[in-house]
Write a new protein. Structure first.
Length: 179
């Protein structure tokens, strides 16, 4: 009996590992040159952010798993600390999670975040841009650097919260430099 239970647990663990691995594949992500999908999301400050209102404005849209968790806090604070450079370049920043606007507001206030955090509580945007996970109730940590014309300049399928701000700054400068 014990051997059969061990075998069942092992098979279940292997199936879960395969499912999580498949879930974390980059399938469905947008690529450089793709048009960013249309969206309309509520921000932590009560405003509504629409993709149509962002035409003419380059932006970084970064997906984070959960407000006020260690990796998400690190990434948000690194972007906050780079805010003056980002805004001097004319780059807007939007964090996106499944958190409610209220939870995002607490997070933004606690860490004095100067950019808006968007609530994708129905997970529709995450599904459309490859950030959703089938088995986990949080989005993947991915980002999109979007040009003023609404096309993706660069997709980041795997983000390091400690260095993403520097990576975005360098990429945006390189991708928008005059020839």
């Amino acid at each position: 009996m014990r051997t059969m239970l061990t075998a069942v647990v092992t098979i279940m663990a292997m199936a879960f590992a395969v499912a999580v691995t498949a879930d974390d594949e980059e399938a469905g992500m947008l690529a450089a040159g793709d048009r960013m999908v249309d969206f309309e999301l509520e921000a932590h400050d009560g405003t509504v952010v629409r993709s149509s209102d962002l035409e003419g404005t380059p932006y970084l849209m970064y997906f984070y798993p959960k407000a006020d968790t260690p990796g998400c806090t690190k990434e948000a604070c690194e972007l906050r600390d780079a805010w003056s450079e980002l805004s001097d370049l004319g780059l807007e920043v939007f964090g996106v999670s499944y958190d409610s606007p209220k939870d995002n507001a607490k997070f933004a206030e606690k860490y004095a975040l100067p950019f808006r955090l968007l609530s994708d509580s129905d997970r529709e945007l995450a599904k459309r841009v490859g950030a959703a996970r089938a088995l986990l109730p949080v989005p993947k940590r991915i980002s999109y650097l979007v040009g003023a014309d609404g096309t993706v300049l660069k997709a980041y399928p795997s983000v390091d919260p400690k260095t993403h701000d520097d990576e975005v700054l360098a990429d945006f400068r390189a991708l928008t430099a005059s020839p």
